[in-house]
Design a protein around this ligand. Structure first.
Ligand code: GUN
Ligand code: FE
Length: 426
């Protein structure tokens, strides 16, 4: 058992920020929370073990549920086009370089290191079509002690010849990645995820094979959905049988038949929204990306009202920063623009709601992750906000100021599944 004392803040539900001033959290040796306490139980054995973090803040670590590792080098560049020309002009050429495992290792190290730095202890990550480079990426997460779903990307149409795999190559690569991580994935902390890039990149044959593989293995799925108007029109042409973009995944068993993440959903409504709700598909909201690529404003309030799962993602490099703090700020700001645009029809997101989305909203995809409720895996950040706390601020105000004004330098300790993670040195 380990016991930490600090100001504890978490969101068991979206609307409810729970605060325990100078409270205690007890973590079992299996890395799971035993409980959170205002007063320490009268147990001498426990009292001896308290690690006192003084007046600092202890919050659940962040979960980035949509990010492209091979776009790391392009971060903060090339945001002057919409999605489809952006992919062709900037993104595909960069991803092609990951055919070289040494290039991959050099850049993926920086990528995983920066996730650690930003306090993102778990992520759902796109690699590329290259099996060896993608295995290297997965191994870097294992070495760092962080959690990840790592995707070998399927794409066999409408992209450069040099950035396409065949269905057979993709399936071989997936099997190898799964076998590797079944053995070396740090007890399930790093796992594979089925990753068709998006419908325009994948033939019917590839989608069929991936759907069968999901049914066979139960592995989760991640992809992109209804991000951009031209993309949606294109999918209608490519898949005339599908009743909506989401149905083009659903037909193949890639839409909630196993746990599924769909990034963006800017234009999801009506039938597509119903299908997501019915199948328990997660929306991964990427407001920084949607602003940068002029994609649109996802109706997050509607998704939440419908009881659809929502998580947040940076979508680097369409998103220009790895910090989930920034994603939370964008989520609130975009929701306020949407509120104005809909003349108040869609109430904007609150701070407590986006904090929930960045922690438990995404964490729930990994299991009991993202809050300090009993039996949750202890993923946490210790925050020193003393430079922001120079007058009498309340704890909710301190959290608000950290989320708006803080950055990675304020994170003093990071925990994933109960283990404190030191800076990766590879
Ligand atoms: N749709 C298909 N590929 C991508 C990608 O790499 N980034 C984004 N934002 N959307 C995509
Ligand atoms: Fe993306």
């Amino acid at each position: 058992m380990k016991i930490y004392r600090a100001n504890i803040l978490h969101t068991p539900t979206p609307g409810q920020l729970e605060i325990i001033e100078h409270g205690y959290v007890a973590v079992k040796s299996n890395g799971r929370v035993k409980g959170v306490y205002k007063e320490l139980p009268q147990n001498m054995d426990w009292r001896r073990q308290v690690m006192d973090f003084g007046d600092k803040l202890l919050i659940p670590a962040f979960n980035d549920m949509h990010v492209h590792a091979p776009q790391y080098r392009n971060m903060g560049l090339a945001l002057d086009l919409e999605l489809l020309p952006w992919l062709n002009t900037y993104t595909f050429p960069e991803e092609t370089k990951y055919a070289d495992p040494e290039y991959a290792r050099r850049l993926y190290r920086r990528f995983v290191h920066e996730l650690w730095m930003q306090g993102t202890m778990r992520a759902a990550v796109f690699g590329t079509i290259h099996p060896e480079s993608t295995r290297i990426l997965a191994d870097l997460f294992v070495q760092a002690g962080m959690g990840a779903y790592v995707g070998l990307v399927g794409m066999n149409r409408n992209s450069p010849e040099t950035l396409q795999n065949t269905t057979a190559e993709l399936m071989d690569g997936m099997r190898m990645l799964k076998a590797h991580l079944d053995e070396h994935g740090n007890n399930g902390l790093v796992r594979p995820i089925i990753t068709p890039r998006f419908v325009p990149s994948c033939s019917d044959k590839m989608l069929t094979a991936l759907g069968n593989y999901a049914a066979e293995t139960g592995l989760p799925v991640q992809s992109h959905l209804s991000e951009n108007r031209s993309e949606i029109d294109w999918v209608k042409e490519l898949e005339p049988e599908a009743t909506c973009y989401g149905d083009a995944y659903n037909k193949y068993g890639l839409f909630g038949q196993t746990p599924t993440l769909m990034a963006h959903c800017c234009y999801t409504d009506g039938e597509e929204m119903e299908l997501m709700k019915k199948n328990g598909v997660y929306v991964v909201h990427c407001p920084m990306s949607n602003s940068n690529l002029s994609s649109g404003m996802a109706p997050i309030r509607k998704f939440l009202n419908e009881g659809i799962h929502v998580a947040l993602g940076t979508d680097v490099s369409a998103g220009h920063h790895m910090s989930m703090l920034r994603v939370m700020q964008y989520a609130i700001q975009v929701s306020k623009l949407n509120y104005a645009q809909t003349k108040g029809e869609m109430p904007f997101l609150t701070l407590s709601e986006v904090f929930y989305l960045a922690t438990k909203g995404g964490g729930s995809f990994f299991g009991k992750v993202g809050s300090f409720e009993p039996d949750y895996e202890f993923d946490a950040l210790l925050i020193d906000d003393s430079y922001l706390n120079y007058d009498h601020y309340t704890l909710p105000q301190r959290l608000e100021r950290y989320l708006y004004l803080g950055d990675d330098r304020d994170i003093k300790r990071r925990f994933c599944r109960g283990v404190e993670l030191v800076e990766p040195t590879y």
